[in-house]
Write a protein that binds this ligand. Structure first.
Ligand code: HEC
Length: 353
């Protein structure tokens, strides 16, 4: 319409404007209160930061007052980042789940490779969604799953990986952007200064600094029904097994291989054998060279074969130790360090960046 609006209509528009102001003021007044789904629906995630060279370095541009995590035997490294978002480690048993439920959380999202125990969680009124993400960053399909979950499932959300230090906090930071509309600098600072996400994982930081968050129309159109267990192929599954046994062995190595009274069921030799078995599985599955970059590194198979052999020898050392053979503990410790060196050598090339 090119002619000016007739007077009654203009007055009507003025009234609308006034109503808009009142409505805006009401919304502002509501800011400090617990968020509602209605309020969240309007959250516009901040645009990507421009010209960031190191996202990890950028995570130090805003300084947060130091904050210690909540730490319990059944639930470690917990940060309540907002009324909507908690970040922490994987819950241990019913007690861990009970604690998460007591925070008021409704949806738990696991972003590591291990299949979560959704049935146990359901007994505590919690819905589990399994959205494994990469250490080298969050792929576009993974990001869509995460953002859709934040937009469409019931919060508050508890995000976790194994230890709640790297991938879990990165996923939580996505929630901070899309549910809370937090500034990118703030979300980055929380990863680094609260959760302690390592600078080794620049790819995780980069997503929070520089990747545009999918909009509501995109997540609404994306077909995904939030499965409680994400099934993936051989190599990654086997690697999840490797890391479980490795974690147990690392804890025992730290006690000079003495039994752990808190976990009397842990047997070092059996753990080493199972780790060797898991490495054997990485060697037999067909998709093991399908790393993200798709390039074939000739060292890859060699590292896996060596890791398998070293794990097998570690089991032998630990058997000798059980028989109280002289020097067996020191041998086992050296062997363990050699295994760990290989994990790192390969991850630096193929997993972390
Ligand atoms: C020869 C290479 C190689 C070796 C050796 C290796 N890894 Fe990995 N690991 C990978 C790759 C590649 C991935 C990423 C797989 C993917 O995301 O598809 C990975 C993934 C992982 C993950 C993430 C699994 C998840 O939850 O998604 C963990 C944890 C892990 N490795 C632990 C270990 C440990 C512990 C060791 C040593 C005992 C080890 N790895 C040895 C290549 C290796």
């Amino acid at each position: 319409m090119s002619t000016p609006a007739p007077l009654p209509l203009r007055r009507g528009l003025g009234l609308l404007g006034l109503l808009g102001l009142v409505w805006g003021a009401l919304l502002l007044a509501g800011c400090g209160a617990e968020p509602t789904r209605e309020a969240e629906a309007g959250v516009v995630p901040p645009p990507p930061l421009e010209g960031v060279e190191s996202a990890y370095a950028h995570a130090a541009t805003r300084t947060l007052a130091p904050r210690a995590p909540e730490d319990h035997a059944d639930l470690h490294h917990v940060y309540r980042l907002s009324p909507n978002i908690y970040s922490g480690a994987e819950p241990h048993g019913e007690a861990g789940l009970r604690r998460i439920a007591a925070y008021g959380v409704r949806t738990v999202i696991s972003v590591d490779g291990k299949a979560p125990d959704a049935e146990a969680a359901a007994r505590h009124g919690l819905r589990y969604v399994h959205i494994p993400i990469q250490y080298k960053g969050i792929r576009p399909d993974e990001l869509l799953r995460l953002v859709k979950a934040f937009r469409e499932l019931e919060g508050p959300f508890y995000l976790h990986c194994f230890h709640g230090v790297h991938r879990g906090p990165a996923a939580a930071a996505v929630g901070r952007l899309v549910l809370d509309g937090a500034a990118r600098e703030q979300a980055l600072a929380e990863m680094r200064q609260y959760c302690g996400t390592s600078g080794k994982y620049e790819g995780l930081y980069r997503v929070i600094a520089s990747v545009p968050m999918p909009g509501p129309a995109e997540t609404a159109a994306f077909e995904y029904d939030f499965p409680a267990v994400h099934r993936f192929g051989g190599f990654r599954q086997a690697m999840v097994g490797v890391s479980r046994h490795f974690d147990h062995l690392e804890a025992l190595a730290g006690r000079d291989w003495a039994a752990d009274p808190e976990h009397p069921d842990l047997n070092a030799e059996a753990e080493a054998r199972q780790m060797a078995q898991a490495f054997a599985e990485t060697l037999t599955c067909g998709d093991r060279l399908c790393t993200e970059s798709g390039d074939h590194d000739p060292r890859f198979d060699g590292w896996l074969t060596q890791s398998h052999e070293l794990s097998r020898l570690l089991a032998e050392d630990l058997r000798a130790l059980a028989r109280k053979e002289e020097g067996a503990a020191a041998r086992a410790s050296e062997r363990f360090v050699a295994v760990r060196r290989l994990c790192n050598e390969c991850h630096v090339q193929h997993r972390n960046e």
